[in-house]
Design a protein around this ligand. Structure first.
Ligand code: AIR
Length: 485
């Protein structure tokens, strides 16, 4: 929609001048046409003086003026409706933002509306919480996951129990789903590219997932986007460790692929230890990343739509005492300008990736208050589970909204909150349940269990959120509850 039309439309809405517009369409343009017709009569000699000619031409002029005047506003209305359908990819994001402010709800046409079937690659806890959100909104869900007991299957309409690259299962997604997303970066990016080639909307794109799957590609992309990362060395073969490594030591050797929850990481102090760690990882591609003096770790989670609208959740402060997330504290106890900078970096990265969906960006805050991006996840994130109870829209609803081309929901924080992970370690060795009593009787604590059959040490089995008047009070209470489990 041209900017002039847009402004006109905005003015009309702001002033509420509907009646005067219709009147102007009738009388204003009616007058103009009457004068035109009278002039025509004089010019052709049908009439000899102006006023009788004008009076004569008035009924026809009013009719023509009404048609013309009203059709102009009709055109504006049409353009308005069309704007809902199409988003010009060349339009600057600023203008798109303006329309976000002035409109509510979904874009009909291109928006995917309930009860459409939504597909998800992966059926773990993130898929489960996605399915709950989608089903709550009235969508249907198909989960592709090889595990017959995949947590998401409890809530899915259809569970395709196959590998992520199974051709028949992928063809079924194309046949039945209106859009497809993922919950696990370890799914095949190739499968996602193939789905997109079949014409089905896939978000995030296979290309974004491929970048997030590979630490070398990820860190290189972040650096090339002008954002800070820890100094790193791509280690594709042992020979890459032969040079001077002082810029990266002490550091951490991390496998380039298939690492999550602290898996695939070894801390190293010397070049020898780095070589040993590479051997431990069977010489697969790795990065050697310098350990930095950290004040704390935070994550900034953003939702970005195909039209470029971005919503940022409040930044969470994360503690990972054993390499696996233990608690997330929101709002993060950092200076507001640092939290804002973290959000801005996440937004910049999402835009650079032309990302569609929920993007989680983990950052380090260094001793000198500078920020560096640690890693990204192309999906909702464990550190965003506080949004299930403490923000107006959850990260899983945002995932649904982004893939369905709806506007992002409001991400505002309703209450300070602390999220505590429940790892398999809390379950008894015989599989017995933790003691839920105190947790379940606290009115401001919310338990979320993932329905996993086997509780292994370090395995994420569930989490709980504690909402309180301050983050510190929520943390105190959360710790006290943790003790009782
Ligand atoms: N996940 C994905 N990336 C990191 C994590 N934690 C979630 C996804 C995936 C599940 O963890 O939901 O499906 C796998 O969990 P597990 O316990 O089976 O390894």
């Amino acid at each position: 929609m041209p900017a002039s039309e847009q402004l006109r439309w905005q003015r009309i809405r702001e002033r509420g001048r509907w009646r005067s517009i219709l009147l102007a369409g009738t009388l204003g343009w009616g007058g103009v046409f009457s004068v035109l017709f009278a002039g025509l009569e004089l010019w052709t000699g049908v009439a000899s003086s102006f006023w009788p000619a004008a009076l004569n031409a008035l009924p026809l002029g009013l009719l023509a003026g009404t048609i013309y005047g009203w059709s102009r506003w009709g055109y504006a209305l049409l353009a308005k409706v069309r704007e809902h359908h199409y988003v010009d990819p060349d339009e600057e994001p600023k203008r798109i933002k303006m329309t976000v402010k002035t409109q509510a709800g979904a874009r009909p046409g291109r928006a995917i509306l309930p009860p459409a079937m939504l597909g998800i690659l992966g059926g773990g806890q993130l898929g489960r919480m996605f399915a709950v959100a989608a089903k709550t909104m009235g969508y249907r869900v198909t989960v592709l996951d090889p595990d017959p007991h995949a947590p998401a299957a409890d809530f899915a309409d259809v569970h395709l129990c196959q590998n992520y690259n199974d051709p028949a299962a992928l063809a079924e997604l194309v046949r039945t789903c209106a859009a497809v997303t993922t919950e696990f970066e370890n799914v095949s990016a190739e499968s996602m590219r193939w789905l997109a080639e079949q014409g089905i909307p896939v978000s995030p794109s296979g290309d974004c997932v491929a970048i997030a799957q590979d630490r070398i590609a990820e860190k290189t992309f972040i650096r090339d986007a002008g954002l800070a990362t820890a100094p790193f060395l791509a280690v594709s073969t042992a020979a890459d460790l032969d040079g001077d490594l002082s810029a990266y030591l002490p550091g951490i050797i991390k496998t380039a692929r298939l690492g999550y929850d602290g898996k695939g990481q070894i801390r190293v102090k010397t070049a020898e230890e780095a070589r040993y760690a590479l051997g431990e990882f069977k010489h697969q591609p790795c990065v050697l990343e310098k350990m930095l003096p950290l004040k704390c770790e935070v994550s900034a989670i953003v939702t970005r739509t195909a039209a470029g609208e971005i919503a940022s959740f409040p930044v969470s402060e994360n503690e990972h005492p054993t390499g696996i997330l233990d608690v997330s504290i929101v709002p993060a106890r950092v200076k507001p300008e640092i939290a804002e900078q973290a959000q801005a970096m996440a937004q910049q990265l999402a835009a650079a990736l032309d990302y569609v969906g929920v993007l989680a960006v983990e950052l380090f805050i260094l001793d000198d208050d500078s920020l560096v991006i640690n890693e990204i996840a192309p999906r909702p994130h464990n550190s965003g589970h506080f949004t299930l109870d403490a923000t107006l829209t959850s990260q899983f609803e945002q995932q649904v909204r982004a893939m369905c081309n709806l506007y992002p929901g409001k991400p505002d924080l309703v209450s300070p909150v602390v999220m505590v992970n429940l790892l398999g370690d809390v379950w008894g060795e015989d599989g017995s349940e933790p003691n839920w009593e105190v947790l379940m009787t606290a009115p401001n604590a919310k338990l979320h269990l993932y329905g996993k059959r086997e509780a292994r040490p370090g395995r994420k089995m569930g989490h709980f959120n504690v909402l309180n008047d301050t983050a510190d009070h929520a943390l105190q209470q959360a710790r006290a509850i943790q003790e009782t489990l």
